[in-house]
Design a binder for this molecule. Structure first.
Ligand code: BGP
Length: 463
């Protein structure tokens, strides 16, 4: 049967990107190193084909052309981030006027093209000067972040009405302090918990500062939510999935939407002596961090089973003390990234938010599929990425169902609009609606980009 999926008037069609993954010029035009520039200097072999953060998709030069491409894709909204180390090279203090001019141009051009800019303040890119003082382990960095946020609101808040404090704040915690895929490559749960807690305090300071200004816009956070599915209904599996959910979703979702941590999570960490140090006033501050808008990045579910071995009590305390990963037979995979594709996850997230979190205003802020060696799909100069069309369409169908049941989902942003630099994977997997020739920097719209252009124009699709 033919089905028509239509979306409400004003639905946000767009895509997301970030400063560190697109701008390039990472050590020039006044920008100082972030943890990425530093880590690349120390260990270039950790980056796919030795491609580092200086070689990203040259947005610093090609912003105008890239915004024209966003327009060609019929975007009405677009998210990117400001680079803290570019705007305030020492992390605190003096503002780099060239950066101000750059971001002003980008914002003004987006607006001129009828594209609402969504601006995020932090996308994994800690200025090295602040990391050297302990990064988010040091409470002083909370003050620095607040000052940086205030500077951004002051400079750009007359035109930017959609702000986000952090993108996937759990990722630098896991990557940098538990699983060794971000600098500073530490394995220490208590330090991880401290970074997580201080990040949310910094978030709350920025939310509070923004609300006090009464600029008429809104501020949110972007979380990567991974629905946690137990292998079976056996109580041990259910409990394991429940703890994984507490650690990986509710650890940020509850403070962002309720302004407090789940008691169960606090009790669990207290039991193992892993709680960060709290100061008077923290509780009230956290409560002030409730967001106006939640961005949801959804890539993959988290499938969980109970552990079937005892924990080595001498091993470092880890989330995996309580559960193991489960590989569901028959699961659909994106083999290049090693992530399961489970479209219904988007619906499960929206439903949970509606039922358990009071149905907050939200949108899908990232969803996408990274594919290796995409050139093999090129015909007549264009990449025929039918798999990406299918991926987006199938997620949109579940999103649509969530909305039809009452979820307040306001839009869908793809990761990402142009192939960009994916951290340690560099250019291994391509995610864009637009392909990037790394040699010539030539940009070409893929078949999926043509498709998305139509969907946005029609505000829906038929099937
Ligand atoms: C998200 C990040 C993005 C982006 C994306 C794809 O976690 O917010 O920055 O990179 O994932 O993942 P990856 O680049 O690791 O393949």
């Amino acid at each position: 049967m033919d089905m028509h999926y239509s979306f409400p008037e004003g639905f946000w069609w767009g895509s997301a990107s970030s400063a560190p993954q697109t701008e390039g010029e990472s050590l020039s035009h006044g920008k100082t190193p972030t943890t990425w520039d530093h880590w690349f200097r120390l260990q270039p072999e950790r980056f796919h084909h030795g491609v580092g953060p200086a070689q990203t998709s040259t947005f610093y030069q090609h912003w105008k052309e890239d915004i024209a491409l966003l327009k060609a894709l019929n975007h009405n909204t677009f998210r990117t981030s400001i680079s803290w180390a570019r705007l305030i090279p020492d992390g605190t203090g003096a503002v780099n006027q060239e950066a101000v001019a750059f971001y002003n141009q980008v914002i003004d051009e987006l607006l001129r093209q009828g594209i609402t800019p969504f601006i995020n303040l932090f996308h994994f890119d800690m200025p090295l000067s602040l990391q050297e003082q302990g990064g988010f382990e040091n409470r002083k960095v909370i003050d620095a972040f607040e000052a940086y946020a205030r500077t951004c609101f002051e400079l750009f808040g007359d035109r930017v009405t959609h702000w986000f404090t952090f993108n996937e704040p759990i990722v630098p915690v896991e990557g940098g302090y538990l699983y060794d895929f971000h600098y500073p490559n530490v394995v220490d749960f208590r330090r991880a918990a401290t970074v997580a807690f201080h990040t949310m305090l910094a978030h709350a300071r920025a939310v509070k500062a923004y609300h006090e200004r009464n600029d008429g816009g809104e501020i949110g956070i972007i979380l990567n939510l991974t629905p946690s599915y137990p292998r079976s209904q056996n109580p041990a599996d259910v409990k394991a999935a429940h703890i994984a959910d507490l650690m990986f979703n509710r650890s940020f979702l509850d403070p962002a939407l309720h302004g407090s941590y789940p008691e169960e999570l606090v009790a669990l960490l207290a039991q193992y002596d892993q709680l960060p140090v709290c100061q008077p006033g923290d509780k009230e501050l956290l409560a002030a961090g409730v967001v106006d808008l939640l961005g949801i990045n959804y890539y993959q579910p988290r499938r969980i089973q109970c552990r079937d071995s005892q924990v080595n009590p001498d091993s470092p305390f880890m989330p995996e003390w309580f559960f193991s990963a489960y590989e569901m037979p028959g699961r659909k995979m994106n083999p290049y990234r090693g992530w399961e594709i489970y479209e219904k996850g988007v619906y499960d997230i929206l439903t949970r938010l509606r039922v358990e979190y009071g149905n907050p205003r939200c949108y899908i802020s990232e969803n996408g599929m990274g594919v290796e060696n995409e050139q093999r799909f090129e015909r007549d100069g264009q990449i025929q990425d039918d798999y990406r069309i299918e991926f987006v369409r199938d997620h949109l169908k579940w999103l649509h169902k969530g909305m039809s049941e009452g979820s307040r989902c306001l839009g869908y942003h793809m990761w990402t609009f142009i192939d960009n630099w994916s951290w340690c994977n560099a250019y291994k997997n391509r995610y864009g609606f637009v392909s990037l020739d790394l040699e010539s920097q030539k940009r070409t719209i893929k078949k999926s980009g043509e498709w998305y252009r139509q969907v946005a124009a029609k505000n829906g699709f038929d099937e």
